[in-house]
Design a protein around this ligand. Structure first.
Ligand code: NAD
Length: 247
């Protein structure tokens, strides 16, 4: 349905879950896909899975919290392809402890990856997008960025901030024809939720009007749409993809 031939797409957290499915979707749509992961082993594993699926991508594992390290990799990608069209900031971790069990460092760890890393990669990429007056930046937010959640406060706090970053950068970068949007997934079947016990998951499904948990492909499809020219007048939007779930 979509064709991203010649486009260069960077996807953070591309090694599994939503990021892997999104990687596969962009590969199928003929894009040059670069994934970022947390370590060499997970990158190697993801790249070999992509090969088995009949596609090709390349991967890096910069420390996303180190701006200089991120910039070095982004510069390298630009040198190789001479363009960066689409950035999908998807790497993230969740939290579910009560506030009394959350240390300051637990809180910072979530905010660091979900927000500070997003800032670092976005900053490094957008200088190239600004040079050519063109680009798309997509962020993975969450349903909890709209409603909060009853534990693990660092996670919704970080995702509310992702929405703030998205809406603000949409306005700052619009004069450079760079669109910035976020997708806010509901409950999606990935490793992130596979540790949740059945007693937690089953009542959750009952609260979803569409009657099912989302699939990584539901989110990948939203990213494809927002990255495409069909969305050329859409910026600053937080697109909920959640089966109308309200937690
Ligand atoms: P996942 O745990 O399967 O994947 C997380 C990805 O983030 C992995 O590719 C991992 O390599 C990467 N990552 C984790 N720590 C990292 C680090 N320190 N440095 C670099 N990369 C790191 O999770 P997922 O469900 O696919 O989540 C992807 C995104 O979707 C996250 O931002 C998450 O908050 C969001 N999300 C997920 C759900 C859900 O129900 N699964 C719901 C709403 C939002």
């Amino acid at each position: 349905m979509f064709d991203f031939k010649d486009k260069v797409v960077i996807i953070t957290g591309g090694t599994r879950g939503i990021g892997y499915e999104t990687t596969l979707s962009f590969c199928k749509a003929n894009a040059n896909v670069i994934i970022f992961g947390s370590k060499k082993e997970s990158i190697d594993e993801a790249l070999s899975k992509i090969k088995t699926d009949g596609y090709d991508a390349i991967g890096y594992y910069p420390n996303l919290l180190d701006y200089d390290e991120v910039l070095k990799v982004i510069d390298e990608i630009y040198l190789k392809y001479k363009r960066i069209d689409i950035l999908i900031n998807n790497a993230g971790i969740s939290a579910n402890q009560k506030i009394e069990d959350t240390t300051t460092s637990d809180f910072e760890k979530v905010v660091d990856l979900n927000l500070v890393a997003m800032f670092n990669v976005t900053k490094a990429v957008c200088k190239y997008m600004k040079d050519v007056n063109n680009g798309v930046i997509l962020n993975t937010s969450s349903l909890v960025s709209i409603y909060g959640q009853p534990s693990g406060v660092a996670y919704p706090a970080s995702k509310f901030a992702v929405n703030g970053l998205t809406k603000s950068l949409a306005r700052e970068l619009a004069p450079f024809n760079i669109r910035v949007n976020a997708v806010a997934p509901g409950i999606i079947k990935t490793d992130m939720i596979s540790n949740l016990p059945k007693e937690v998951i089953e009542p959750l499904i009952k609260t979803i009007p569409l009657g099912r948990i989302g699939l990584p492909s539901d989110i990948a499809n939203a990213f494809m749409f927002l990255a495409s020219d069909l969305a050329s007048y859409i910026t600053g939007v937080i697109l909920q993809v959640d089966g109308a779930a309200r937690n």
